[in-house]
Ligand binder design. Structure first.
Ligand SMILES: Cc1cc2nc3c(=O)[nH]c(=O)nc-3n(C[C@H](O)[C@H](O)[C@H](O)COP(=O)(O)OP(=O)(O)OC[C@H]3O[C@@H](n4cnc5c(N)ncnc54)[C@H](O)[C@@H]3O)c2cc1C
Length: 512
């Protein structure tokens, strides 16, 4: 208890993935508390990232080209000013990571090896240990954090509520297996990752079910673009959760998508198997919905060299009892990345005084309707330095810690997960979204363990219902066209609760 009192007044960073670690490191030498539900380096999407970080470093590349590719992927919804700032800062962010000890892959002349990924016009993906970039990032940064005296690491504590008085943060209520504790302070940074755990099929660690979004929602924050979830088209199909990723690089080497009859069913799609991530995901989803099975076939293009070229993915296949040199790999789309999140400004500030958000939990405007591959790790590193600067420049306010009558129960995403998986998947339509919002409303308004995940799901469903068009990763079968006007969406929990309460789901109302 004395230890916790001693920490009062320090900024609290919630989350031990790339965004949280970098924010804490960039705040040094200012003392900071780093709160992580899981031991640092585990249970974070950052640790399992495969491809790498996008940065215009090559002699044939420029931030302008990186900007153009990001805007094209974002399908009209990116905030161009934000994109320009972030891609412009990306090369320096890579240098910073190297300084902190990240061993990036380099060529014989010690220059960074640059990979090429779908929808990037140039080789600009900085990677480490081949396709184990996340593991190397976390190894180096966890070591750096543990060696930084100004960072107090509190592992095994999950934030359950943000304490708010007069619209401003006064602390964080956190819980370990034994009880709850208040970390008093007027500056909190959310770095809690994404929402994949709200979907039955996901590549995210299962603890990533929007806990940070729920914390911000209960504190009254505004959110942006919550309806936009990127589905990866080729997750390894099987019972294992999270699902293992079979990266686009395998298709880049010539692997093709076939069904159980051996037919290449996406051959007519623009770009075929190397079309945009959302288009390939929709193609695979539709084929599965028609009762087929879908496989990624790398036998002809890679065959026996599969394991040399893709050792991590070969390991995943062997774990599932599949030999990719001789058998096609069963795949299906899986929720992978959340473009939406806590609405933040250029310094990562939310609409709640004293609350910042960084990494996947935040919506900066970089990704628009569809994230360009490898832009998210870059965003986390770049934004962390701006968030840290902003936090350091905001003096600790001496606010009274508000009392919380009851610690909320440990959240359980299962009930919301069933509803989200059936209504907010690759293809959405109005009837399903209305039914989802109606089912989620009483759960989100209650006090059960399902309440917080349901609140997040409700905001996503209401946002998806309000977007009556198909754009980027958001595809409405009842509104298949893209609207002429691109607008970002914005919502709060109160607005979502009100919108859901006023929905009329009777068949007569729907047909009116
Ligand atoms: C399989 C896979 C591959 C990917 N590959 C790439 C890639 O190559 N390039 C790229 O740019 N992006 C990639 N991404 C996306 C990228 O990894 C994530 O967007 C990014 O790592 C998010 O970082 P983060 O720090 O915001 O969140 P995370 O790394 O997910 O960390 C969140 C942290 O918050 C903690 N936490 C959550 N809730 C609480 C709570 N209530 N209290 C305390 N702690 C909490 C978690 O335990 C975790 O430590 C990939 C994602 C996946 C799943």
């Amino acid at each position: 208890m004395n230890d916790i009192v001693r920490l009062a007044g320090r900024p609290v960073v919630v989350g031990g993935g790339l965004a949280g670690l970098m924010t804490a490191l960039e705040l040094a030498p200012e003392p900071v508390v780093l709160l992580s539900a899981a031991p640092l380096g585990s249970e974070a999407s950052s640790a399992i990232a495969q491809g790498g970080l996008a940065a215009a470093i090559g002699s044939d590349d420029s931030p302008e080209l990186h900007l153009a590719d990001t805007l094209a992927a974002g399908d009209g919804l990116c905030d161009e000013t934000v994109v320009r700032r972030i891609v412009g800062a990306a090369p320096l962010a890579i240098e910073r990571l190297a300084e902190l000890g990240v061993a990036f892959d380099r060529d014989a002349s010690r220059a960074l090896s640059l990979g090429l990924e779908a929808a990037h016009a140039r080789r600009r993906i900085v990677h480490a240990a081949g396709a184990a970039t996340g593991r190397e990032l976390m190894r180096a940064l966890v070591t750096a954090v543990r060696n930084t005296a100004s960072i107090t690491i509190v592992e095994g504590f999950a934030a359950r509520r943000l304490l708010v008085e007069d619209g401003a943060i006064t602390g964080v209520l956190a819980e370990d297996g034994f009880g709850s504790t208040v970390f008093a302070g007027s500056r909190v940074v959310l770095a809690t990752g994404g929402v994949g755990g709200l979907f039955r099929d996901t590549t995210n660690p299962l603890g990533c079910f929007g806990q940070g979004l729920a914390l911000a929602a209960r504190a009254g924050a505004a959110f942006a673009d919550l309806e936009f979830v990127q589905f990866h088209p080729t997750a390894l199909d099987g019972l294992l959760r999270p699902m293992r990723l079979v990266s686009e690089a395998v298709r880049g080497e010539g692997a093709v998508l076939i069904d159980e009859t051996g037919r290449r069913f996406l051959a007519d799609l623009p770009g075929a198997e190397l079309g945009t991530r959302d288009a390939v995901a929709r193609g695979v989803h539709r084929h599965l919905a028609r009762g087929h099975r879908v496989f990624l076939d790398a036998r002809a293009c890679l065959g026996k060299s599969f394991a040399d070229r893709f050792p991590t993915i070969a390991g995943y296949c062997h774990e599932a009892g599949i030999d990719p040199a001789h058998e096609p790999i069963p795949v299906r789309p899986a929720a992978h990345y959340h473009m939406g999140g806590v609405a933040v400004d250029r310094e990562g500030r939310s609409t709640v005084s004293g609350l910042w958000a960084c990494g996947e939990v935040a919506s900066t405007g970089l990704h628009g309707a569809n994230r360009l591959a490898s832009n998210s790790l870059t965003e986390a590193v770049v934004m962390a330095s701006w968030v840290a600067r902003s936090v350091a420049a905001s003096p600790e306010a001496n606010r009274t810690v508000s009392a919380l009558s009851q610690a909320p129960t440990r959240p359980d995403p299962r009930e919301a997960c069933d509803i989200v998986s059936s209504s907010l998947g690759v293809l959405r339509e109005g009837t399903g979204l209305r039914a989802a919002a109606t089912a989620l409303l009483p759960i989100a308004s209650g006090n059960s363990p399902a309440a917080d995940p349901a609140a997040v799901a409700l905001m996503m469903a209401v946002s998806a219902l309000g977007r009556e068009e198909s754009r980027g990763a958001h595809c409405r079968s009842d509104f298949p066209l893209r609207s002429g006007v691109a607008r970002r969406s914005r919502i709060t929990l109160d607005a979502a609760l009100q919108a859901a309460a006023s929905l009329d789901t009777s068949p007569i109302a729907r047909s009116a």
